[in-house]
Design a protein around this ligand. Structure first.
Ligand code: TRP
Ligand code: ZN
Length: 891
């Protein structure tokens, strides 16, 4: 267990270690209750550091022996305190041998070595390796590993570790062994082993330079028929990285392993990626289009880490966004390219916009909220208590936006040149974000000093835009002003470099070529303006009429754009903006305005003008279905709560229900027509075009069910019964559950019956119920349902997927029910966070974050939440993980 009083770690305190490790030989004698780990390390003095002892971190280890240069260390040369073993050593090199005993079965944290369904698995990022053996467990120690695994052959016929298999064979007593060697030096967080009963889907493919490589997807025997899509995603990822960045797989073998108990999505261990089953397994009967899409992007993400993360890694954990922001950007670009390719030349622009919209939805709902609360931090944080708490939307998603801005400012070719230079300088090194940005600057001959503020400042910048039209000269003056609100510890903010992509739409709905004052020729219809000062005015000349500005096209920067626009203007942009992202965004802004007016009591009904604009966009047959589905989906509840002050979940929910009912009812005939028009014939295949049609069809069912339309409910019931794939079956079920239909309970029961042995499908079933709105007062509060579901045989507090599906959905995606006025949800939260913390602090801390923004809620809710936060903080033996979250919330 972590010490209760983990100190705050500061980025400014970074010091190189006096000793690092060059080579390590590991020997595992695997046993569920008592695994012996023998480690032999060649330690070397670090010429770049001051003198000091060898420092080895260790946690939850039983140390059986320690030898230095083959002998027991001299008296007084070894000390252990605060989880660090210090050994005084002379000379330039020292061989240290440690034997430890660990208990995988007792390890419920899922960090280090643990058991899942009888197999052994590891998770070492960020600081799990120290739970396996004593080691300088920091990413700036890159060593070469050889690993010998020994286990019972019947229980664990497959023995895997990083790199290449050297040998394998039998041992007495029904045991066997395998020896692996990783040719590339790596940090300890990329170490992995798997010993389990698995089977592999295999492919041999050639890399761009013609090397044959073996690809494997390892799953439990019954899941082989769900491993194909992951394999195809891997092959597509390899090709994409070769074509886009000239980056090739550097190993002879690349493995993906699926495990059912996993704290996060997946992990990029060198040559041996370990995945949550959720991001590997798919077949039409059990996985939705969205699952297929997520698998493709997570497989790509982990594969791309091989270069951005593994070959070039982080010097320290403050640099996490160096690998995560960059790798998320890469997986976003990959997915956009895959969608564009599937859509063909005419559909490519729209397909890319759909992907961009998905990514921006996540950013706005999760990262903007994070930036507005006590956990606000720059993409490169200055301090932390528990690094696992900093695998955040800010480090990942905002980090990816920062890389995207570099891409926008430097262009595709300039960005590629920067990447090439980065690898040429830093391959095989552990580096900082400065190293990355310096390579980008040098390759492009530009100064990115001011740009570095994106790495230093927390908070979501506001960009206020205003325009002035001078008819006499045909000049449109666009004034942009930036301001970043204060965040904890950062009262003052400096101006950032903000790329603002701009278009000007004429009264005819068409973009005007843009000519800035001083330019001789009009140019493109979308231009990127670099806003670098607190305020700047840009003058566009040569215009024939007053334009309608379309700003931040493609969401060119992770900011809140403040622009006064009338309803008419939003409707105009919904109909005419040439930038599909902004067309969607205009619809979202209009919807937000309508919903917040209802929630705030400034309006009592959804305005007709909004319904008309919505209808026009929905029925625009020139737009592809995936885009129309995005445009017709209301803004996320979490995002709307963020825009409300004070946040009032009950009022917001009532407004959302009213809006859904109005749109469902007023457009009932349109929705019914769409259900028919969007039907996809033939056997299921994962294809973005089909997925878009199914998404729009499912949305139509959703709106009709919300409105209680009898024809819609009948269509949902029929589809639920006759569907041949999970996207349609689950879409119909979701529509029924999110309605007052009497058919919903029977449908839930039938679904459970059909998939009672399928863990991943049951996660959907749990999540659907935990997230359900209450469409009529006859229905019991969702909390009662959640409590009952915790008693279901399939539920377990020890399995993160189950916890995220049931509790995570209730806490984070059902605000109105979670924040019930009687405070029952808050008390339940405290109870569950404390119970989870005893098993798995990382998962508990994620759940704990559900209440961090409690100060944004109305006073009555605050009075209900505070005592529960205090109760959790006072719980005996609370992990530093949860302490950090709740402590910051109460500070
Ligand atoms: N590096 C992983 C990724 O982004 C994230 C990850 C997987 C992780 N498992 C973890 C982070 C456990 C912290 C703890 O691809
Ligand atoms: Zn990652």
């Amino acid at each position: 267990m972590k010490t209760e009083h983990a100190p705050t770690i500061r980025r400014a305190d970074y010091q190189p270690l006096a000793w690092t490790v060059e080579r390590i030989d590991l020997h595992f004698s695997l046993d569920p209750d008592a695994t012996l780990v023998k480690s032999r390390m060649v330690c070397v003095r670090n010429p770049a550091a001051e003198e000091g002892p060898i420092r080895l971190w260790g946690e939850a280890l039983e140390r059986l022996s320690l030898l230095v240069e083959g002998a027991g260390p001299a008296a007084g040369t070894v000390r252990e305190a605060d989880g660090v073993l210090e050994i005084d050593a002379g000379g330039e090199r020292a061989v240290v041998e440690v034997t430890t005993r660990i208990d995988p079965r007792a390890n419920t944290t899922l960090s280090g070595l643990y058991l899942s369904n009888g197999g052994f698995f590891t998770q070492c990022e960020a600081e799990g390796f120290r739970r396996i053996t004593y080691f300088p467990d920091r990413p700036d120690v890159m060593a070469r590993y050889t690993v010998t695994l020994e286990a019972d052959r019947a229980a664990c016929p497959v023995l895997l570790s990083n790199g290449n298999l050297l040998e394998e064979g039998d041992l007495p007593g029904g045991r066997h062994y395998a020896r692996w060697e990783d040719p590339f030096p790596k940090p300890s967080y990329l170490f992995a082993l798997v010993a389990a009963k698995l089977v592999a889907l295999e492919r041999t493919v050639a890399t761009a330079s013609g090397r044959e490589v073996l690809l494997q997807v390892w799953v439990e025997e019954g899941n082989l028929d769900r491993s194909e899509h992951a394999m195809e995603s891997l092959i597509h990822s390899m090709r994409w990285d070769e074509e886009t960045f000239g980056l090739e797989l550097d190993l002879d073998r690349f493995m993906i392993v699926a495990v059912g108990d996993f704290n996060m999505g997946a992990m990029e261990n060198k040559g041996l990626n370990i995945f949550n089953t959720k991001f590997v397994l798919a077949k039409p009967d059990t996985a939705t289009d969205v699952d297929y899409e997520n698998i493709e992007s997570v497989v790509a993400h982990e594969y791309f880490h091989n270069w951005t993360g593994n070959r070039v890694t982080c010097r320290d954990w403050f640099q996490l966004t160096l690998k995560e922001g960059l790798t998320v950007f890469r997986d976003q670009q990959f997915s956009a390219d895959m969608l564009a390719r599937a859509a063909g030349p005419e559909g490519a622009v729209s397909a890319r916009a759909v992907k961009r919209i998905d990514d921006v939805r996540v950013l706005r709902a999760a990262q903007f909220a994070e930036d507005a609360g006590p956990m606000a931090h720059p993409i490169r944080p200055d301090s932390y208590r528990e690094i696992n708490n900093f695998y955040t939307a800010t480090v990942y998603e905002k980090g990816a936006e920062v890389i995207r801005m570099l891409h926008t400012l430097l262009g595709t070719e300039g960005f590629r040149n920067g990447m090439d230079l980065y690898f040429s300088y830093h391959d095989g090194q552990a580096v900082t974000c400065d190293d990355f940005v310096e390579a980008m600057a040098e390759a492009n001959g530009v100064d990115l000093d001011q740009f570095m503020r994106w790495y230093e400042q927390a908070g979501t910048p506001r960009v206020k835009a205003s325009g002035a039209w001078d008819a006499a000269s045909g000049t449109y003056a666009l004034t942009l002003a930036q301001h970043t609100p204060p965040t904890p510890g950062q009262p003052e903010k400096q101006p950032l470099v903000i790329p603002v992509a701009v278009g000007l739409i004429g009264p005819d709905g068409r973009d005007r070529p843009l000519r800035l004052e001083g330019e001789s020729q009009p140019g493109a219809t979308t231009r990127v303006l670099a806003l670098t000062a607190a305020g700047q005015t840009f003058r566009f000349v040569g215009l024939d009429a007053e334009p309608v500005p379309s700003l931040l096209r493609g969401f060119s920067a992770p900011v809140v754009l403040e622009l006064d626009e009338t309803d008419e203007r939003l409707a105009f942009r919904m109909a005419h903006d040439a930038d599909p992202f902004n067309r969607w965004d205009a619809a979202q802004r209009y919807a937000e305005r309508v919903i917040l007016a209802l929630a705030g009591g400034q309006a009592s009904a959804v305005p007709q003008a909004f319904v008309a604009a919505f209808r026009a966009l929905l029925n625009d047959a020139a737009l592809d279905p995936a885009f129309r589905a995005q445009a017709a989906a209301l803004p996320a509840e979490a995002y709307l709560l963020e825009r409300m002050s004070p946040a009032d979940p009950a009022a917001l929910r009532a407004a959302l229900i009213a809006t859904m009912r109005t749109l469902g009812g007023a457009l009932a005939d349109d929705w019914l027509a769409l259900i028919d028009a969007m039907r996809v014939d033939g056997a299921y295949r994962y294809h973005p075009g089909d997925a878009g049609r199914r998404a729009l069809g499912n949305l139509a069912l959703r709106y009709l069910a919300a409105a209680g339309d009898a024809r819609g409910l009948a269509a949902a019931s029929t589809r639920f019964e006759s569907a041949t794939d999970m996207t349609e079956r689950f879409g119909a079920l979701a529509a029924l559950v999110q309605s007052t239909s009497p058919a919903r309970e029977a449908a839930l029961a039938a679904f459970h019956e059909r998939y009672r042995d399928d863990a991943l499908v049951l996660d959907k079933w749990f999540a659907l119920q935990a997230g359900a709105w209450r469409w009529d007062d006859a229905v019991a509060p969702t909390l009662e349902r959640v409590r009952a579901l915790m008693a279901d045989a399939a539920f377990s507090l020890s399995n993160p997927n189950k916890v995220y599906a049931l509790l995570g959905t209730f806490f984070r995606a059902n605000a109105a029910e979670f924040h019930a006025a009687d405070g029952s949800g808050h008390a339940f939260w405290a109870e569950q966070v404390v119970a989870l913390d005893a098993k798995n602090p990382q998962v508990a801390a994620r759940m704990a974050r559900a209440l961090e923004n409690w100060c944004r809620y109305a006073p009555a809710l605050q009075s209900s939440i505070r005592p529960q936060l205090e109760r959790v903080l006072a719980a005996p033996g609370l992990s530093s993980d949860v302490q950090e979250i709740v402590g910051k919330a109460l500070a």
